[in-house]
Design a protein around this ligand. Structure first.
Ligand code: ZN
Length: 276
């Protein structure tokens, strides 16, 4: 038995390496984050684990199963966000921005670093590396009107008091500043679905689609964002990225870019590219 266990422990990493090498060969698929081509994306999770969220046709969560780049480990939502940002020249329009980035994804962090930011703070409620600060998005420890950009990419669905989180992001942004607010939602639901009685990881997995989610947003997500004062700016894949081969890049064309702009005071000049 011990010999079998030893053989298995040697064979498994070798099989994994061979599988990755196979996936990385060929050129059918392309990752715009690391700019490589390969034979297949890796699976993120099993679709059958999300029966309810699948039936609700969740946008921005679980829509693309085989979505992980075998090289840089970007997911479909990471790559899609980069496409939107590049097509809009969103970062080129910012001059030495002050940036607050929650739950920082490596590929977006690299893109932000290219802007030569005047300040770049990476934040997480559960930081896993020294360069990421522990910051609660519902109590952002910075003064009003500080940041040009706050990236909140797939964070709100984890935060129990998301209204407070949105109002804190709004407060911390400069007038004219932009928040990236990607989050999964169902266009089939009019109202966000959440109940404090759904508390265990098993229940959340079954009903919200992921064990650490606390709701499923419905169409009212956008009114919630506007409700704290933001001007909402939604960009559609079909309008902004119609030339993108979604199968080759493995992104979900149903996923809009969700930007929220803190309006300038009345009579103030609006910076180019930051209007709603
Ligand atoms: Zn990649």
């Amino acid at each position: 038995m011990a010999l079998m266990g030893t053989l298995r422990s040697i064979a498994r990493p070798a099989v994994r390496s061979l599988r990755r090498a196979y996936q990385a060969s060929g050129g059918r698929f392309h990752c715009n984050a690391c700019r490589r081509t390969f034979r297949s994306f890796r699976p993120l999770r099993e679709r059958e684990r999300f029966p309810l969220s699948a039936s609700l046709r969740m946008i921005g969560g679980g829509g693309v199963v085989h979505c992980v780049c075998p090289f840089c480990e970007s997911t479909d939502r990471d790559r899609h966000l980069l496409m939107y940002i590049e097509r809009l020249h969103l970062f080129e329009r910012m001059d030495r921005p002050r940036v607050l980035h929650f739950a920082p994804e490596p590929c977006l962090a690299a893109k932000i670093a290219e802007t030569n930011p005047a300040e770049y703070i990476q934040a997480d409620f559960h930081p896993r590396s020294a360069e990421v600060r522990k910051i609660d998005i519902t109590s952002i420890p910075f003064e009003d009107d500080r940041f040009d950009l706050v990236a909140v990419n797939h964070v709100l669905e984890h935060v129990p008091d998301d209204a407070k989180a949105l109002s804190e992001v709004y407060r911390a942004l400069k007038p004219g500043g932009v928040a990236i607010l990607q989050t999964p939602y169902s266009a089939l639901l009019h109202n966000t679905f959440s109940d404090p009685g759904i508390a265990s990881e098993e229940e959340r997995l079954h009903l919200y689609g992921q064990e650490d989610h606390v709701r499923i947003y419905g169409q009212d997500l956008f009114a919630r964002i506007e409700g704290v004062g933001f001007a909402l700016r939604r960009e559609k894949h079909s309008e902004l990225l119609p030339d993108v081969d979604v199968r080759r890049h493995c992104v979900n064309p149903e996923e809009d870019l969700i930007l929220a702009v803190k309006p300038m005071p009345v009579d103030a000049e609006v910076p180019a590219g930051c209007t709603a």
